[in-house]
Write a protein that binds this ligand. Structure first.
Ligand code: BG6
Length: 504
């Protein structure tokens, strides 16, 4: 197997990596994630020669044959340009590596068939086995137990890992129970808990920006930073995922994982090095420093809301309760705003405002860092505005910094000028999809961009009191029309402190 850089940031590009000799088993392969993310990512990795000597086994209930799976996979990929034989060849060679096992997740016979496929693969040199659980969380334990029952009969020398999709548990207690269960079968170093935000180049760039430049770190603290705003806004609604979303809601679906990871990368202390354990330990310290959401703060510092019918880009869209798979009286939140305080020496006194929502007016994920104004206003007019550093996670990946600048002419008045960097124009190569990076890393045994059990549990410990209070009805669920910037209560959460959210 090719050598792997020990950390995600050391090589700048992933091009030197190549995973060789593996079988990837995707449980729940007939689902949405395979169509939208896994198959396109795997094909792209294969077409760019990052994968070698491998096979992919789809495992799900539907009664597909190998050929049916291949033609489904074909429909998940864009067509090769007409007349481009190299592309057609890459596509055919990828599809030829796909196989399918039709079985329910609890049928031992299905796993006997899987054992035969994995054993034959190992005999032909495919010694790495990656189990990818892309199923509803209710099936995790059954699948893991059944895998556990066949593992002892795999040929010696195989190297197994398991990837688990979020949400990992429904709260601290169930996450701990799930961990205990999985640890009966897999050691921690074999467990890859995926948070696809960590696979995004723009997210990895937060650490590169902070610790790869001497300029910002000395002022990266509450003495110089007034507040930090983290936004993940989507125009999409729940689409076909109403069933799943009803049991998750935005707090479990996005805040506990993606937004908390963004917060941790922004707030963490410099790690000693870029090894997985060093980064994970520093992130976990941030989660442990978050001021608990006690009873007094739940009403003032948390907002939950649900979208009602409205208009997005001129098109009328239904309210959440009218979506497929959603209960007509559903209390599930599709929008969350929180004021998070990190009680560490570095951050005491600087609030982190988090907001996330579906059916907002535009798709935008960013982190805005507001620096304090100069202590003395000596310039005429409105004077110096706050300097704002914005990490644009997506779209238009990049970052910008606003700097007050003298307006040309006879006055000394200022106006903010924007220093802007875009990945699109700054580098020749487009960023790779997060799933490409993460799948490749799991195949190569590099967990740096996956989350540890300690991190997941620390996040739940923050979230649990919010969930309990919301379930008991405090604060009340608000409503916002699809296409609006969210509920008034979110505006009030920051307005109370003399602040305004960035425009969506
Ligand atoms: C997923 C959530 O983890 O992230 C979805 O389950 C959400 O509800 C998605 O839409 C957003 O991901 P991205 O990469 O499009 O910002």
């Amino acid at each position: 197997m090719a050598t792997v850089a020990a950390n995600p940031f050391s090589d700048g590009r992933t091009d030197e990596k190549r995973a060789t000799g593996f079988t990837l088993v995707i449980f729940g392969v007939t689902g949405d994630l395979t169509r939208k993310k896994l198959v396109p990512a795997l094909f792209s990795l294969c077409a760019h020669s990052f994968l070698d000597r491998f096979s992919i086994v789809g495992f799900a209930r539907r009664a597909w044959t190998d050929d049916e799976f291949r033609s489904e996979a074909r429909s998940m990929l864009s067509s090769p340009e007409t007349g481009n034989p190299a592309e057609a060849e890459a596509l055919n060679s990828f599809l030829a590596r796909l196989g399918y096992l039709s079985s329910s997740f609890d049928d031992p016979k299905g796993y006997e068939n899987l054992l035969a496929v994995l054993s034959a693969g190992a005999a032909s040199g495919r010694k790495t086995i990656l189990y990818y659980l892309s199923t509803p969380p209710e099936s995790y334990q059954t699948i893991i137990e059944r895998i556990g029952a066949i593992r002892g009969r795999l040929p010696p020398g195989v190297d197994e890992r398991i990837v688990i999709e979020k949400p990992f548990g429904r709260g601290g207690e169930s996450a701990r129970a799930l961990d205990l269960f999985i640890h009966r079968f897999f050691t921690e170093d074999r467990i890859y808990r995926i948070d696809h935000y960590l696979g995004k180049d723009t997210v990895q760039n937060i650490l590169a920006f902070r610790f790869g430049n001497g300029l910002f770190e000395p002022i990266w603290n509450s003495r110089f930073i007034d507040r930090i705003e983290i936004t993940v806004a989507e125009t999409a609604g729940v689409g076909t995922r109403g069933g799943y979303y009803e049991s998750a809601g935005a707090l479990r679906d996005m805040i506990q994982n993606h937004l908390f990871q963004l917060l941790a990368l922004t707030a963490m202390e410099p790690p000693n090095d870029l090894a997985a354990e060093s980064i994970r330990a520093e992130k976990q310290k941030v989660f442990r420093a978050i001021q608990p959401f006690d009873r007094n703060r739940l009403s003032s510092d948390t907002v939950r809301a649900q979208y009602s019918a409205g208009t997005i880009d001129g098109v009328a869209v239904p309210g959440y309760r009218e979506e497929k798979g959603v209960a007509p009286e559903s209390p599930t939140e599709t929008y969350v705003a929180l004021k998070v305080m990190v009680n560490s020496w570095r951050w005491a006194g600087t609030p982190f405002y988090l907001r996330v929502g579906k059916r907002l007016p535009r798709r935008m994920s960013e982190i805005a860092v507001y620096f304090r104004k100069p202590p003395l206003g000596i310039f005429p007019g409105p004077g110096a505005a706050e300097n704002v550093l914005v990490f644009r996670i997506q779209p238009d990946d990049g970052f910008s910094l606003s700097v007050n600048t003298k307006i040309p002419g006879f006055s000394a008045a200022l106006r903010p000028a924007l220093m802007d960097f875009s990945y699109g124009s700054g580098f020749a190569d487009a960023p790779r999809d997060a799933y490409e990076r993460l799948i490749l890393d799991a195949l190569l045994g590099d967990p740096s961009l996956y989350t540890s059990s300690g991190e997941v549990e620390a996040c739940w410990d923050v979230i649990d009191p919010i969930l309990a209070s919301w379930e008991a009805g405090t604060p009340a669920l608000r409503s916002y029309p699809a296409g609006s910037a969210g509920p008034e209560a979110a505006r009030d959460l920051v307005a109370r402190e003399g602040r305004r959210w960035r425009k969506l």
